[in-house]
Design a protein around this ligand. Structure first.
Ligand SMILES: [Zn+2]
Length: 264
C-alpha cells in the first residue's frame, strides 16, 4: 500500500502506550501498527501549510512569506512572554491572538532527557508532553492567559533547563526525577503576578509510555530533502520521531509541509 499526503505532526492519544496517527489525506494511519514493518518514505514536493503553494518550507511547515505573515507563526508562539492580547495589543491578528492567548495555560515540568520547564495551552495537556518525548511530567501553575504563563517560564528557567536534549531523549538516556520535589523547590521563583495560580494540590506526576521496541544506541537524523527515498524497519515512535532499526530517526514535526509518500 502507498499513502501520500502533506506531513503535519502526528496526532496522539495517551493510552497505556501512546497511540500515534498520521493524517495522509485519503487515509488516517495508526503508526503503531507499522512498528516492525519495513516502510519506504519518499519526498514528493513541498506544500506550505498556510498558502498551500509548492514553495520551499522555511520554518514550522510554512514558506518564508507565510512564516513572516501568518498569525500562526507570531513570535509569541515560541516566546509566550511576548503575548499582548491581554492588553488588547495586536501582533498580527488580534482576534486570532485573543482566541489563542486568552485561554488557560499550564506551566509544567517535563522530563524527557532532563527536567525542563515549558508552557502550553491547557487543552494541549498531555499532547505537548507526548510531542516532547517526556516520560514524566507535572503541572506547576495554571494561568488565565499565555502572558502570565510566559513570564513564569522565563523566571523559572533561570533555575531549570528549558530545552530537551533530543539525542538523549531518543536513546532513552534519562533518569527518573522527583518532579514533585523540583516543583516545590521552584515555587519560590514564581513572579508575584502569577503566584496565586500555583497548583498546590495538583501534585501528581503523569507517566507516559511510548511505543518503542528498541531504542537506538546513537541516532542519525534523516534529511528527506538530501536523501529523497529511505527504507527501513520501524522500531518505535517517541515524541514526534519515527525510530528505525538502523538508528535512523525521522522527525515528523520538523518536516511539516513536505508532501511524502509512505509505502508499507
Ligand atoms: Zn505559504
Amino acid at each position: 500500500m502507498t499513502y501520500q499526503g502533506v506531513l503535519k505532526k502526528m496526532m496522539t492519544s495517551n493510552n497505556d502506550v501512546v497511540q500515534y496517527y498520521l493524517d495522509m489525506e485519503a487515509d488516517f494511519l495508526n503508526m503503531n501498527q507499522l512498528i516492525n514493518k519495513e516502510i519506504t518514505l519518499s519526498f514528493v514536493k513541498y506544500e506550505c501549510l498556510n498558502c498551500g503553494l509548492e514553495k520551499q518550507i522555511y520554518r514550522q511547515g510554512f514558506c518564508q512569506s507565510c512564516f513572516f505573515e501568518t498569525p500562526r507563526a507570531g513570535d509569541w508562539i515560541m516566546r509566550p512572554e511576548l503575548s499582548k492580547a491581554h492588553l488588547g495589543v495586536e501582533d498580527r491578528d488580534l482576534e486570532f491572538e485573543k482566541e489563542m492567548q486568552l485561554k488557560p495555560h499550564i506551566v509544567y515540568l517535563a522530563n524527557s532527557s532532563n527536567v525542563k520547564v515549558g508552557v502550553t495551552r491547557k487543552a494541549q495537556v498531555p499532547t505537548r508532553w507526548i510531542d516532547q518525548g517526556a516520560h514524566e511530567a507535572i503541572e506547576i501553575l495554571e494561568a488565565p492567559n499565555r502572558y502570565l504563563a510566559g513570564i513564569t517560564e522565563v523566571a523559572l528557567k533561570e533555575h531549570v533547563a528549558d530545552k530537551t536534549n533530543w539525542r538523549k531523549m531518543l536513546t532513552n538516556d534519562n533518569e527518573d526525577a522527583d518532579l514533585v520535589a523540583v516543583k516545590e523547590q521552584l515555587s519560590q521563583y514564581i513572579p508575584d503576578e502569577a503566584k496565586e495560580y500555583y497548583l498546590k494540590a495538583n501534585s501528581e506526576e503523569i507517566h507516559i509510555n511510548f511505543p518503542v521496541e528498541k531504542y537506538p544506541e546513537k541516532v542519525k537524523s534523516l534529511n528527506l530533502i538530501k536523501t529523497p527515498t529511505y527504507s527501513g524497519v520501524l522500531k518505535g515512535i517517541k515524541a514526534q520521531y519515527l525510530i528505525f532499526e538502523d538508528n535512523t530517526v525521522f522527525n515528523v514535526r520538523a518536516n511539516e509541509g513536505l508532501v511524502v509518500s509512505i509505502e508499507v
